[in-house]
Design a protein. Structure first.
Lengths: 165, 424
C-alpha cells in the first residue's frame, strides 16, 4: 500500500477509533475505505486495519473474506455485478450474462486484459422493479437490454481510462 | 383504484423529502406528542394494541416483541434498524427511504423513547449507497434540529443514531448475523437463546426491527391504534403494506396497498396484468423464501393470516409473478442456488444440503434423473430444517411450494427426459 494512503486513512480513522467504545465495530468501514483507495483489499490493507484497530490479522481477515463486496483479490477499475436472482432471471438475466461475457471476452470472475472491467454475479440488488439490473461500481443500471449494456460499457470504459491509474 | 397512502404519503417520483419538506408535511409531530408527554409504557401499550406486525418477513407482532424487552435494565441498550434488504424480489425499503428518510428517523426515535434506548444503528446493505448517503444527510439535519442527540425536544431523552454501511451477503439480514456484522466480527449467526432482547449488540439488550415496521410508528402514535387497524381490509390484521411487484407483470413498481388486498387486484390492477397477454401461473407472495401461490389463490387476501392458512407466508410482500411459460422447476433451481451461494457455511444442513438439492433439481431439469431422484429430493426438507438458522429453512419454502403445487412438472421432466418448457 502506498504510504500516502496509509497516512490518509490513519488521519481519517484514528480519531474515530478514539471516539469509539468498541473500535472493532469500525472494521468493515475501514476495509471499505481501504478498498475505496486501493480498488481492492490487499494483504497490507488487512494488516493495516488490524494495527489501527488493535486487532489480530486473523480477526480482520475472517471479516474481510466473508463479504462478497470486499475484494481480497485485485479487480478491474470497474466491477460489474450482474444480478442473477429470481426477478432478473425471469426477465432475461441469463441472456445478459452471455452477452456480457461475449462482449468483454471474459467469463464470470475474470478481469478484462486492459484491467478495466471485472465481471461478477451478485444476489438481488433490490432493483426488482427495474429488472434485469446490474451494478457497475455503485452505479445501478436497470431495464437492461444488450444495447443498453453496450452503451454503459462504453461510457464506463471511457471514464475509467480518464481517471488517474 | 386508489388506496390511503400513509408511508408513501409524501413520496414524489425521483425526489427525496428532506427535513423542510418533512416538517411541512406534518413530520416530527408524533415525536413532539410523545416525548416528555406520554409515558414510554403507554407508547408500548399503544403499539401492542395497534396490531403492528414486523414487515421484515417474519411478521412477529411488534408490541409483543417489545414486551420482552428489559426497558428498565441499567446500562446501554440498542435499537437496530435492519435495512439489509436482500431477499430476492424485495425492494420496498429502498423505495421508502429514497422517498422519505425522516420517517424512519422519527420512527426510530419513538421506538427508542418507548424502549428506554439511547443508541441506534441503521444497518444498510452495501449496494444501497444512495440510501446510505440520504440517511447520513437526514440524520445530520435531525441532529441539528434537536430531533436526535441530547435532550430531544427539551425533554430528558437522549438518542444517538449511527448509519452503518455493510459489504454484502444475504445472511446479514438474519438479526444475530447482523449484530455480529455491526460488532465487526465474522457475521455467522448466533445461537438463540439468548435472544437479542437479553443479549444482543455488544452483549446488551437489543431490538432489531425492519425499516417499514419502524416507519409505521409515527402514524400509529399520531392517529391511534384503532385507525391503524382500520387501514386493513381483513379483521385481525392491521395497517397498510408496501408491495414490491416484479417478474412477468406489465407494471413492476412498488405500491402502498391495504393489508388484506386481494392478490387478484395486486396482479391485475396494480401490476397491470401478466405481460405479453400471457396467463398467471404462480407467484412468490413475499420474497424468495415464501412458498408459491397459484392461480387458484388469486382471490386470497394478502395478509399474514390468510397466507399462513394456505401454507405460505406474506414475508416481505415482494410479489414476483411467473407466467404460464415458466418452468417452475427452473425457477426453484434459481431460488435455491441463491440460498446455496449465500449460505455462510456454518452448519452442515445448509452448507451441504442446499447444493445437494440444487444437484438433484439440475439432474431433473436436464432430463438425467429417474423417479428415485424425486424420492431423494422429497426427503431433503426434513434434513435441511435442522439447520442452525432460518436461511436454509427459508430455502425450503420454494421447494415445498414446488412439491405441493407443481409435482406434475417434475414427473413430466423425468418422463420426457428433459424440460417441457424448452429450458436447460
Amino acid at each position: 500500500m502506498d504510504p500516502r494512503i496509509i497516512e490518509k486513512l490513519t488521519a481519517e480513522f484514528a480519531p474515530q477509533r478514539e471516539a469509539c467504545e468498541h473500535p472493532q465495530e469500525l472494521v468493515v468501514h475501514l476495509l471499505r475505505a481501504v478498498q475505496r483507495e486501493c480498488g481492492w483489499v490487499p494483504d497490507e490493507g488487512v494488516l493495516f486495519a488490524a494495527r489501527l484497530l488493535g486487532l489480530t490479522p486473523i480477526q480482520v481477515e475472517e471479516v474481510a473474506t466473508f463479504y462478497d463486496k470486499l475484494y481480497r483479490r485485485p479487480v478491474g477499475r470497474r466491477v460489474i455485478h450482474l444480478c442473477d436472482s429470481i426477478c432478473c432471471w425471469s426477465r432475461g438475466a441469463d441472456e445478459l450474462r452471455a452477452h456480457l461475457e461475449a462482449r468483454l471476452g471474459i467469463r464470470m470472475g475474470e478481469t478484462t486484459p486492459d484491467g478495466v472491467f471485472t465481471l461478477l454475479p451478485t444476489c438481488c440488488l433490490g432493483a426488482c422493479g427495474r429488472a434485469p439490473a446490474m451494478q457497475v461500481g455503485f452505479r445501478l443500471v436497470g431495464e437492461l437490454t444488450p444495447e443498453k449494456v453496450d452503451r454503459v460499457l462504453e461510457e464506463e470504459r471511457a471514464r475509467a481510462l480518464e481517471e488517474a491509474p | 383504484m386508489s388506496h390511503p397512502q400513509v408511508l408513501f404519503a409524501r413520496r414524489r417520483p425521483g425526489e427525496t423529502v428532506f427535513l423542510e419538506g418533512y416538517l411541512a408535511g406534518g413530520g416530527y409531530r408524533a415525536l413532539g406528542a410523545a416525548v416528555g408527554k406520554q409515558e414510554p409504557a403507554a407508547l408500548r401499550a399503544l403499539v401492542l394494541d395497534s396490531g403492528l406486525r414486523g414487515r421484515g418477513g417474519a411478521g412477529f407482532p411488534t408490541g409483543q416483541k417489545w414486551s420482552f424487552f428489559p426497558v428498565d435494565a441499567p446500562g446501554p441498550k440498542y435499537l437496530v434498524c435492519n435495512c439489509d434488504e436482500m431477499e430476492p424480489g424485495t425492494y420496498k425499503d429502498r423505495e421508502l427511504l429514497e422517498a422519505d428518510p425522516h420517517l424512519l428517523i422519527e420512527g426510530m426515535a419513538l421506538a427508542a423513547y418507548a424502549l428506554g434506548v439511547q443508541r441506534g444503528y441503521v444497518f444498510v446493505r452495501y449496494d444501497y449507497d444512495e440510501v446510505f448517503r440520504i440517511l447520513e444527510r437526514a440524520c445530520a439535519e435531525a441532529r441539528a434540529q434537536g430531533f436526535l442527540g441530547e435532550r430531544i425536544l427539551g425533554a430528558d431523552f437522549r438518542f444517538e443514531l449511527h448509519v452503518h454501511g455493510s459489504a454484502g451477503r444475504y445472511i446479514l439480514g438474519e438479526e444475530t448475523s447482523l449484530l455480529n456484522g455491526l460488532e465487526g466480527v465474522r457475521p455467522n449467526p448466533r445461537l438463540r437463546p439468548p435472544f437479542p432482547a437479553q443479549r444482543g449488540l455488544f452483549g446488551r439488550p437489543t431490538t432489531v426491527q425492519n425499516v417499514e415496521t419502524l416507519c409505521n410508528l409515527p402514524g400509529i402514535v399520531e392517529r391511534g391504534a384503532a385507525w391503524f387497524r382500520g387501514l386493513a381490509l381483513t379483521p385481525g390484521e392491521a395497517g397498510t403494506k408496501l408491495f414490491g411487484l416484479s417478474g412477468h407483470l406489465n407494471r413492476t413498481a412498488c405500491f402502498e396497498l391495504p393489508m388484506g388486498i386481494a392478490l387478484r387486484e395486486v396482479v391485475e390492477v396494480h401490476g397491470g396484468g401478466v405481460r405479453a397477454g400471457r396467463r398467471f401461473k404462480a407467484c412468490l407472495p413475499g420474497g424468495a423464501s415464501t412458498p408459491y401461490l397459484t392461480a387458484a389463490h388469486l382471490d386470497l387476501s394478502m395478509d399474514f393470516g390468510a397466507l399462513e392458512r394456505v401454507g405460505s407466508r406474506l414475508g416481505t410482500a415482494g410479489v414476483t409473478v411467473f407466467d404460464d411459460r415458466t418452468c417452475m422447476l427452473a425457477a426453484t433451481l434459481n431460488l435455491i442456488s441463491f440460498f446455496a451461494r449465500e449460505s455462510c457455511g456454518w452448519c452442515t444442513p445448509c452448507r451441504d444440503g442446499l447444493p445437494f438439492v440444487c444437484y438433484l433439481l439440475e439432474r431433473i431439469e436436464r432430463g438425467q434423473a429417474g423417479p428415485e431422484d424425486l424420492e431423494i429430493l422429497k426427503a431433503q426438507p426434513a434434513f435441511i430444517h435442522q439447520s442452525f438458522c432460518a436461511l436454509a429453512q427459508g430455502a425450503m419454502g420454494p421447494l415445498e411450494g414446488l412439491l405441493t403445487h407443481f409435482e406434475q412438472e417434475l414427473h413430466d421432466h423425468i418422463a420426457r427426459g428433459g424440460c417441457p418448457f424448452g429450458g436447460a
